[in-house]
Design a protein around this ligand. Structure first.
Ligand SMILES: Nc1nc2c(c(=O)[nH]1)N[C@H]1C(S)=C(S)[C@@H](COP(=O)(O)O)O[C@H]1N2
Ligand SMILES: [Mo]
Length: 252
């Protein structure tokens, strides 16, 4: 794999991609604003300057979507897909399949009927922004895996999303942790479309890119299949503060 500096490949969300459904990276944005590959060899200070510049560009918010977020101060809207269908209790489905004895498809009401777990922890994006003490509620991922009957040769879980593009992955050991949720609520309300609703993954101990939005599939696999950002150089083991991400604030 190409050794991509995470700061060049991270978080395209805000700029409007040129074609519908085409994922667009921050490197592409760099290209379109005329900086080319400059950032790849940038020293940390220049790195920060570039981040500031990109931040300013993003703040212009060509999509207008950030304005729809209920919590303007904190979360930033991210999507690698330019348009994502809206799903609700009528048409939402979550499939659990792969190396399991009992594959199953859940409706939103099915998920709501299962025991709910609430976690209140800091949300930490790999680029530095953090939202402290954010409540998430949902069904423990481990519960859905147990219900499906994970087979002995399984070693990992791959997540797919109804944006048609984003994927994530965890080792099976990670997936069985009690602080990983198939989340239905965030900030004490049902998860809205912008935040990946009606159902997103919430991987509390890891950087927020692990928390796949618009979750539609949980596939039990033999080995880890790197997810979207992992293909671009990010760690699968994205422990906050202990991976190739960063837990400091880049503006400081
Ligand atoms: N499907 C999907 N899930 C995703 C992403 C994405 O682009 N698509 N971005 C990830 C990243 S990098 C972050 S920081 C968070 C952002 O979540 P938010 O939009 O609710 O702030 O979602 C993560 N999950
Ligand atoms: Mo992120």
């Amino acid at each position: 794999m190409e050794n991509v500096n995470p700061e060049q490949s991270e978080e395209p969300g805000e700029p409007q991609p040129p074609e519908r459904g085409t994922p667009v990276g921050r490197r592409v944005l760099l290209g379109t604003i005329g900086l080319g590959a400059l950032g790849v060899v940038a020293a940390p200070s220049l790195q920060r300057a570039l981040e500031g510049f990109l931040g300013a560009a993003a703040d212009k918010d060509p999509t207008g979507l950030t304005g729809l977020l209920p919590n303007g101060g904190g979360f930033r809207y991210y999507s690698v897909a330019s348009s994502v269908p809206h799903k609700n209790a009528t048409n939402y489905r979550l499939t659990v399949d792969g190396l399991v004895d009992r594959p199953k498809t859940y409706t939103l009401d099915d998920l709501r009927a299962l025991p709910q777990t609430k976690l209140v922890k800091d949300v930490q994006c790999v680029t530095g922004w953090r939202v402290p003490d954010t409540p998430f509620e949902g069904v423990r991922l481990s519960r859905l895996l147990d219900a499906a009957g994970v087979r002995a040769k399984a070693g990992a879980v791959r997540f797919t999303c109804f944006d048609g593009t984003y994927t994530e992955s965890l080792t099976l050991d990670q997936a069985r942790r009690s602080d990983i949720l198939v989340a239905l609520r965030m900030q004490n309300k049902d998860i809205g479309h912008a935040h990946g609703g009606p159902v997103r993954l919430y991987v509390a101990p890891m950087y927020f890119y692990k928390s796949a939005k618009w979750l539609s599939g949980i596939h039990v696999t033999e080995k880890v299949e790197p997810g979207y950002w992992e293909h671009l150089g990010y760690d699968v083991d994205a422990w906050v503060g202990r991976s190739n991400g960063r837990d400091d604030d880049p503006t400081s």
